[in-house]
Design a protein around this ligand. Sequence first.
Ligand SMILES: C[S@@+](CC[C@H](N)C(=O)[O-])C[C@H]1O[C@@H](n2cnc3c(N)ncnc32)[C@H](O)[C@@H]1O
Length: 199
Amino acid sequence: MSGRPWDASYWDGSAPWDFGGPQPAVQRVAAAGGFAGTVLDAGCGSGENTLLIASMGLPVLGVDVAETGLKMAREKAAERGISADFAMADALHLERLGRRFETVLDSGLFHTFNTEERQVYAASLATATEYGGTLYVLCFGDEGPDVGPHPVRQEDLRMAFCPGSGWSIASIVPERVRTVFHDENGAPAWLVTVQRSAA
Ligand SMILES: C[S@@+](CC[C@H](N)C(=O)[O-])C[C@H]1O[C@@H](n2cnc3c(N)ncnc32)[C@H](O)[C@@H]1O
């Protein structure tokens, strides 16, 4: 999916992932000092996670294919007086940004891609991440009751960020993803920490 189908999710302001704040798992990464340097938020949507990171004083770029989501993000930034950049960009072609970031966040994007797209996505992310940089992937997980759509298995993650991909998985830990269709405890998730390494 790209372009209009994603954008349509934002037209009536009720995208199922847009529960009204940053993901608690992303807040925990932030509180632990996980974000450093320039930050890219891939598939930023209406920008809650991007704005959380920006509010810490870090330079951050949120990219998405949904123009309405980006418009909402820019409006929130203006309302809250937070400085953050947002741009239309395809996460499968991040080389087009012509930039590299020290930290990259993916909250809810990886699990929307199919197996082939995930290989392309991992390569795309590598083009936009400094060597030694860190990628955090928060995706729906396959363990536990009431899993979200497109639950990801640990082996799916190990396949996408396999040796030779330019990535090295540092950890995969159970987390939760909040949505508008789960209670406030959210759905089972994985928080994956991945280091950019030489291919
Ligand atoms: C499940 S939402 C998550 C939004 C946000 N990160 C959050 O945590 O609330 C996935 C987002 O990825 C965006 N997206 C889907 N495919 C994309 C692509 N190829 N490049 C950039 N963004 C994409 C969608 O438009 C949507 O905003």
